[in-house]
Design a protein around this ligand. Structure first.
Ligand code: C2E
Ligand code: MG
Ligand code: MG
Length: 398
C-alpha cells in the first residue's frame, strides 16, 4: 500500500471503546504512515482537543457514545467552524448512517466516508484515498470589506455571467441564470460568495441587484435582437424584495428593454417563504400578476413545508446542487429527490436540477422526470457575448 503523502494529516479519533481507538490508530500508523494521532474516549474530551489544537484535519467519529452522541458532536463541529475531513464509525443500521451523512453535509462538513463496525483493515484504503481528491472546503471565503463593495458599485465593477439552462426532455437551450461577479482591482473577478452576504447586511445588495438587472436586461435585449428568445433568471435577495419600489423598478426596466414579462424569472430563497414579510409578498405577487415567473432557489437546503410552497405562485423549484454533487449514489438521496419531484408535480411546479456536473447526473435527472437542467456539464457561467457560440456548439452536440 502506498503510504507516502499522508504524514501532513493530524488525526483525532473519537470512540468510547479503547479497543477501537487502539485498532484504528495502529492501522493509520502502519498502513498510512500517519504520525500525528490524538485519541478521545468521549465527545467532551474530543471538543477539548479540538479547541486546543486548531490543526486537526481528519476526524474519526463514533456515532454512539454515552453523554453527547456523535450527532450532537457533528453540530458542535459546525459551530466550531471545523474545516477538516470527517469519517463516521458506526455499528448502527445503514439507514441511520445515510441520514447522518446528509446531516454532515448540511453542516458543511467535509464528510468522506463511513467505517462500519466491525471495522476491518481493508476498509480504510478507499476512504483515506479520497483525501487526495477531495480538497478541504474553505467554507467561508474571506468576505470583502464594505468599502470595496461600495467602490465596485460606484465604479460599475459589478459584472454578470450567464449559466445556460436546458429543457431536459428535448435538450433545447431555454434560458440563462444571471450570476454576478465583482471586478476587483487587485483580486480580479471575485465570486459572489465573498460579497453578497456582506452586501445584504447593509442594503448595498439593493444596488447590486439593480446593477445586475440593468446589465442582464441589456444583454438579453442584444441576444433577442440577434434572434435568441430565451428566459432570463435573476437572483433577488430578501432585502431587495423588501424595497417598496422593487416591482415597479422591474416593470420600468421591462419596458425600457422591450422584454416581455414572461421572459423574466425571479429566483428567491426559502427564507422569503418563511419570514412572511408583507412587502416581499406584495412585490412578488405584483410581478407574477404581470407574467414574471418565480423560482424557489436552493430547494432542500432548509425546511420548506408544502404549506409554505403554496404561499407563492411559484413556476419553478430549483433542487439544490448538493443533491447531485455529493452522496448522489446513496439510496436516501434518491428518495429525497423523488419526494421533491413528487411534491412539485402535485403542486404543478416545474423543476430545475442545479449542479448537473456530468453525463451520469444528466441522464439520472432526465430519467427521474426533472424538467430543466443547469450545471457545469451543460456549461459553466459564461460572458454574455459567448452565449451565441455556446448555443451553436450545444445544438451541434444534440
Ligand atoms: P445560486 O443562485 O444557487 O447559483 C448557482 C451557483 O451554483 C452558481 O455559483 C453556479 O456557478 C454554481 N453552479 C452551477 N452549476 C454548478 C455545477 O455543476 N457544479 C457546481 N459545483 N456548482 C455549480 P455562483 O455563481 O458562485 O453563485 C453563488 C451564489 O451567489 C448564487 O447561488 C446566488 O445565491 C448568489 N448570487 C449570485 N449572483 C447574485 C445576484 O445577482 N444577486 C443575489 N442576491 N445573489 C446572487
Ligand atoms: Mg440562483
Ligand atoms: Mg441555487
Amino acid at each position: 500500500m502506498d503510504n507516502k503523502g499522508f504524514n501532513w494529516l493530524n488525526v483525532l479519533l473519537v470512540d468510547d471503546s479503547v479497543a477501537i481507538l487502539k485498532f484504528v490508530e495502529k492501522v493509520l500508523i502502519e498502513s498510512f504512515g500517519i504520525a500525528h494521532i490524538h485519541c478521545a474516549a468521549s465527545a467532551s474530551e474530543a471538543m477539548q482537543i479540538l479547541r486546543r489544537s486548531k490543526n486537526i484535519n481528519l476526524l474519526f467519529l463514533d456515532l454512539n457514545m454515552p453523554n453527547i452522541d456523535g450527532i450532537q458532536l457533528l453540530e458542535q463541529l459546525h459551530k466550531l467552524d471545523y474545516h477538516g475531513y470527517v469519517v463516521i464509525m458506526s455499528g448502527v443500521s445503514t439507514k441511520i448512517i445515510s441520514s447522518v451523512e446528509i446531516l454532515a453535509k448540511k453542516y458543511s462538513l467535509n464528510y468522506i466516508g463511513t467505517l462500519l463496525k466491525p471495522i476491518h483493515e481493508q476498509d480504510f484504503e478507499s476512504i483515506i484515498n479520497k483525501i487526495g481528491t477531495s480538497r478541504i472546503k474553505s467554507k467561508n471565503p474571506e468576505s470583502l470589506k464594505t468599502y470595496e463593495i461600495v467602490r465596485a458599485i460606484k465604479n460599475n465593477d459589478i459584472e454578470v455571467l450567464y449559466q445556460p439552462q436546458i429543457e431536459l426532455s428535448t435538450r433545447d437551450f431555454m434560458g440563462v441564470e444571471a450570476l454576478c461577479r465583482m471586478n476587483h482591482p487587485s483580486l480580479g473577478l471575485v465570486s459572489p460568495d465573498r460579497f453578497i452576504d456582506k452586501a445584504e447586511e447593509s442594503e448595498l445588495i439593493v444596488h447590486i441587484t439593480l446593477a445586475v438587472l440593468k446589465k442582464s436586461f441589456n444583454d438579453w435585449h442584444k441576444w433577442y435582437q440577434h434572434g435568441l428568445n430565451i428566459k432570463l433568471s435573476v437572483n433577488a435577495s430578501p432585502i431587495a424584495l423588501q424595497q417598496p419600489e422593487f416591482a415597479d423598478t422591474i416593470f420600468m426596466l421591462l419596458e425600457q428593454f422591450n422584454m416581455p414579462a414572461k421572459n423574466l424569472c425571479i429566483e428567491i430563497t426559502e427564507g422569503v417563504l418563511a419570514d412572511d414579510h408583507l412587502q416581499e409578498l406584495v412585490n412578488l405577487n405584483r410581478l407574477n400578476m404581470r407574467g414574471v415567473e418565480l423560482a424557489l432557489d436552493d430547494f432542500g437546503q432548509n425546511h420548506s413545508t408544502i404549506e409554505r410552497l403554496q404561499k407563492l405562485p411559484l413556476t419553478y423549484l430549483k433542487l439544490d446542487k448538493s443533491y447531485f454533487i455529493e452522496n448522489k449514489d446513496s439510496f436516501n438521496q434518491m428518495s429525497l429527490i423523488n419526494t421533491c419531484l413528487a411534491i412539485a408535480n402535485k403542486l404543478q411546479i416545474r423543476t430545475i436540477a442545479e449542479g448537473v456536473e456530468d453525463a451520469e447526473v444528466m441522464s439520472l435527472v432526465t430519467e427521474m422526470g426533472c424538467d430543466i437542467g443547469q450545471g457545469y456539464y451543460i456549461s459553466r457561467p459564461i460572458a454574455a457575448k459567448k452565449i451565441f457560440s455556446w448555443a451553436r456548439e450545444w445544438q451541434s452536440l444534440t
